[in-house]
Write a protein that binds this ligand. Structure first.
Ligand SMILES: Cc1cc2nc3c(=O)[nH]c(=O)nc-3n(C[C@H](O)[C@H](O)[C@H](O)COP(=O)(O)OP(=O)(O)OC[C@H]3O[C@@H](n4cnc5c(N)ncnc54)[C@H](O)[C@@H]3O)c2cc1C
Length: 400
């Protein structure tokens, strides 16, 4: 059992503590640790389970559509991701993607869009995906080439998206495509694309080190009704960035969950492993490692819940969310690596908890803005504060 004293921190309210403890108890009972061989089936099952148990209500905003609150409670989001990640990485993924995949609908959808999708997302009855990246447009989102051409009361989509989580099992995708109102970031729009639309196909399934559903998508003259466009034509970049802005801090929380689990495993192992007539924990080299792991986790947690709290106060969190994601993901990688080391040979045996964590953590330093991108955001915020504020905010929006 993890040290849960952080639940008493002043960033959190009593309802957050209750939520975290209730989810911890539910997760202990309901979600298995091991990865199932059929990752698609496992993921579908987890979405349905999380929906039935009511946890997905926290992944969306809008009480009339089945959400827990009108505006997403970032601290609840973070506590849920942290807790699920501590128990099972795929459960965290299933929860997070329901939020990321439907976030643009919560923020920019018409009343009809919201009614059509959000209640099913909250109930775990429709699986969501967020399709922004392309083979030649990852960190440089504005370089995207997938196109959407207006044609009567529809748009015709052509092109590809890649690295799309839930690709292959999603019921709908929020897809970003170039509509050409202006060059670069200002000529992109967002659309909801149902998975069964003619002209849409899964071009390739992608296997990654910590298995979860992932795919390259292809659009060939795929006709999407204009009523499925989210926000104004040409406003898609803003839709994407606003959605990512909600969820970036929660990636830090997931990393924290992985790190806490690694520390728990390391503590147990160090106290149980006999060597040289003592336990591994009796050696000061081990104690130094454990101290560093615990201190890194608390530092990352403080940054994470500071950003979440600040967002829940309605404040801008561009710098704080970037600091949280950068620190929590990089720290978690170090903590997990130290745990693997303490396990010796056992640490690299397939499906051992620390071996699984070692694979789970890696992608978090890359997606939703790689660590280098977070560094740039932080630096621009710092430098921008010294410059004329109106000029700096125009520049900074590109990386929010
Ligand atoms: C497991 C996984 C799941 C994903 N899920 C989704 C999803 O659901 N939807 C979606 O749209 N995308 C998704 N992605 C894509 C992800 O967002 C991109 O991989 C990420 O944005 C990086 O883009 P890229 O892979 O093209 O790398 P590149 O853009 O080629 O970047 C490569 C590396 O370059 C470095 N770099 C970037 N910018 C700079 C800079 N300015 N200065 C110095 N170095 C820099 C960074 O280290 C970066 O990691 C997922 C990726 C992974 C791995």
């Amino acid at each position: 059992m993890s040290d849960q004293s952080y639940l008493q921190w002043p960033f959190l309210e009593p309802r957050h503590r209750e939520l975290a403890l209730a989810l911890d108890a539910w997760a202990s009972e309901h979600i298995a640790q091991a990865h199932e061989p059929d990752v698609d089936a496992a993921c579908r099952h987890l979405v349905a389970q999380l929906g039935r148990a009511g946890w997905l209500k926290h992944a969306i905003g809008g009480a009339q559509y089945g959400a827990a609150s009108d505006v997403i409670d970032t601290r609840a989001l973070c506590l849920i991701r942290e807790t699920l990640a501590r128990h099972n990485g795929l459960a965290d993924f299933a929860f997070a993607m329901q939020g990321l995949g439907s976030g643009a609908i919560c923020l920019f959808g018409s009343e009809q869009n919201k009614q059509d999708y959000l209640p099913r997302v909250a109930a775990g009855e429709a699986i969501a995906a967020f399709a922004l990246s392309e083979p030649d447009a990852g960190s440089d989102v504005a370089a995207m080439q997938c196109s959407a051409v207006a044609d009567g009361d529809s748009y015709i989509l052509n092109g590809e998206k890649t690295w799309i989580s839930n690709g292959g099992i999603a019921d709908f995708y929020v897809v970003f495509a170039r509509t050409g109102e202006a060059p670069g970031a200002r000529g992109i729009s967002a659309f909801i694309v149902d998975a069964d639309l003619p002209g849409f196909e899964i071009a390739e399934r992608i296997n990654v080190i910590a298995p979860h559903p992932l795919a390259r998508l292809r659009f060939r003259d795929c006709r999407v009704p204009a009523s499925q466009r989210l926000g104004v034509a040409g406003g898609g970049f803003k839709v994407a960035m606003a959605t990512l802005d909600v969820f970036r801090t929660s990636v830090a929380a997931a990393a924290l969950g992985f790190a806490r689990r690694a520390l728990d495993e390391a503590l147990q192992r160090a106290q149980g492993r006999q060597m040289f007539g003592k336990t591994l924990a009796d050696f000061q080299l081990t104690q130094a490692k454990l101290a560093q792991m615990a201190t890194g986790i608390d530092a990352a947690a403080l940054l994470t819940y500071r950003a979440a709290w600040q967002r829940d106060q309605g404040q801008r969190v561009t710098k704080e969310a970037a600091m949280a994601k950068l620190t929590a993901t990089e720290t978690a990688q170090q903590v997990i690596d130290a745990a693997v080391q303490m396990f010796g040979g056992l640490g690299v045996v397939s499906e051992q908890p620390v071996e699984r964590l070692y694979r789970e953590i890696r992608a978090l330093r890359i997606y939703e803005g790689a660590s280098e991108v977070q560094q740039l955001i932080i630096a621009r915020e710092l430098l921008g504060n010294l410059a004329d504020s109106s000029k700096s905010s125009a520049n900074l929006n590109r990386n929010e």
